[in-house]
Design a protein around this ligand. Sequence first.
Ligand SMILES: Cc1ncc(COP(=O)(O)O)c(C=O)c1O
Length: 392
Amino acid sequence: MKFAKRADKIDSSFVREILKLASNSDIISFAGGLPNPNLFPSQAFRKASEDILSNPKMAQIALQYGESAGFYALREEIAKTYKQKDNLDIDPDLIIITTGSQQALDLIAKIFINKNDTVLLESPTYLAAIQTFQFYEPKFDTISLTETGPNINELEPKSGKLFYTIPNFQNPSGVTWNTNTRKFVADWAYKKNVIIIEDDPYGEIRFSGKRQPTLKSFNDDVILLGSFSKILAPGLRLGWIIAPNKDWFDKLILAKQASDLHSSQFTQLITWKFYKDFDSQKHIKELSNFYSKQKELLIKEIEAHIPEISLNNPEGGMFLWGELPIGYDSVELLKIAIEQRVAFVPGIPFYINDIKDNTMRLNFSNSSLQDIKDGVKRLKRSVDIYKGQNSL
Ligand SMILES: Cc1ncc(COP(=O)(O)O)c(C=O)c1O
């Protein structure tokens, strides 16, 4: 088989190969990025589906082809939420429903990236975004993350076509940008004519602290993305793009049509009905409260038993970021951890350059409280074995 050059460059990572072993059911996994399935609102979805399918007119809409931009009432619901939460005026006519925010990244890349264009990334950043952009053969440049967002001093002299950002509870690092950084980066992008992609699938999963303003509120040209995957269920495969203007909206729609005509009408209607008939904010609050407990426990157990791992303490989201002492190799540790039946993701695949190979991402949303305790015991054993093997 002769692949196109753009596909040939993209290889399946060795970390992914190791992590395939982590799907084994006796492994406690802090590796995936999965929401907790016990919190999916499945009964509400059952009721919403029954209501839709038992109403002949609704059933026909749900099962028919639909508009490429998505079901209008759902787009209005999304606009309403931004008004309520951020006092942001979003025109539903500029919202495009996508097949997860992953597709949003692909559509944006498709209409903006020429070969060798520069795409700026936070370092580290979301692995699957790197992979999506790679298909369009850009050059990458990175800005390192601090506790309050990208390092502004590094950013100042840079330029590029796009800057891909995850300002809330970043995957993988858990970092949330503070307000000053948001304003600075939004102004910088405006001056330098760089298009910011503001990818925000985790922003509503906040445990503490104050909701931060969107980058979009400081710069109208920001492309803001959202997703129902983490707040409701990823199986819906629904996310959205807020296009800054009609021109970009039209181009994105062309790309969307070429890709899949439109996202599932059926899951769009279920999601819309869920927002209409159920208390979505109560659901998100309950989910956040539970994730917060999981996060607290994972931090407490690691701090008590594995002093070698220093952790951050994110105010929301689904991930902790851990650093081992300099000289430790988290890929080697993972190999031992898999034998000890626990998994995490080493930091390496989240970096394009300046790789910190002593780092690791730990997911807390998808483990029971008991599994968190047991998993940390196994991780401690793994660190002890690693230290023994390396005479540390
Ligand atoms: C930062 C980020 N963006 C986008 C996605 C894609 O999510 P989805 O396509 O399910 O909306 C994820 C999923 O983990 C993510 O972490």
